[in-house]
Design a protein around this ligand. Structure first.
Ligand code: FPP
Length: 255
């Protein structure tokens, strides 16, 4: 049991997940891809609670990329319907979880946008944790939008080019309200970032596993966190400089 091995004083404050493998999970079981996504949604629900119970403050999951719009219409429509169904405010209120979204949400169906915005505003003051779902999201889209925002400020004389820092960019991204991820997990066996949080993961620890997303449970999560806890995060410093774990966070202002 990996849970028993965890150092509870060294839990990552932000975990990002690429939930991959719903389709292959379904195929292996002789089911339809849509059933894989349904099982994936259940796995997300269960994991959100587990993550909160462990004391992780931010969970950010990749549910639908800008590239996913190119999937067959029936799969896209099925995913949108599933999303609509799963955006249940009671889950967020009962568990004191704030719900947030990043991505080009204007492309989502109107009913999904309305339900999503309702969940965002009603759960805005919840304290226990923050679940952010990346929907119609890609890092290249997000960075392009941030660049346009900054260029506009320069053009309007509100910002001097010489005053642009990495913080200016941080603040212009969709993710400006969250710390950078400490740990990024990708399930499903692929070893790539697929246009997800590329700027934000500059110093994030990466963890890849073969488990298909619907099978990623508490034990799998604890295994990933245990693996993370064995690593030394140096952020460009020397090993001697970072041996004190209390300095081993990049995002202390969000605590
Ligand atoms: C990747 O698996 C998964 C997706 C593209 C969708 C993720 C959606 C969910 C987990 C459920 C819905 C989410 C919410 C927020 C209710 P894949 O289809 O690419 O799997 P494959 O690589 O095996 O084909």
């Amino acid at each position: 049991m990996y849970k028993e091995l965890l150092d509870l004083n060294h839990i990552p404050q932000h975990i990002a997940i690429i939930m991959d493998g719903n389709g292959r999970w379904a195929k292996a079981k002789g089911k339809l891809r849509g059933e894989g996504h349904m099982a994936g949604a259940q796995a997300l629900h269960d994991l959100m609670i587990t993550v909160c119970n462990l004391g992780v403050k931010y969970l950010t999951v990749y549910a639908f990329s800008t590239e996913n719009w190119r999937r067959p219409d029936d799969e896209v429509n099925g995913l949108m319907k599933l999303l609509f169904k799963k955006l249940d405010i009671d889950i967020f209120m009962d568990n004191d979880i704030r719900f947030c979204v990043i991505g080009d949400t204007a492309r989502l169906p109107k009913d999904v946008q309305e339900r999503m915005n309702y969940c965002i505003s009603r759960s805005a003051n919840n304290q226990r944790g923050t679940l952010t779902v990346a929907l119609s999201y890609s890092s290249k889209w997000e960075i392009t939008e941030a660049t346009k925002k900054i260029a506009k400020q320069v053009k309007e004389g509100l910002l001097d080019v010489e005053d642009i820092t990495d913080e200016t960019i941080d603040k212009s991204l969709n993710t400006s309200f969250m710390p950078d991820p400490d740990l990024l997990i990708r399930t499903g066996g692929e070893v790539r970032l697929s246009n997800y949080l590329l700027w934000q993961c500059a110093y994030t620890e990466l963890y890849f596993c073969d488990t298909f997303w619907p099978d990623f449970d508490e034990e799998e999560l604890c295994k990933a966190i245990y693996d993370y806890q064995q690593r030394e995060r140096r952020f460009g410093k020397t090993s001697e400089q970072v041996t004190d774990h209390s300095e081993n966070h990049i995002n202390d202002e969000y605590k």
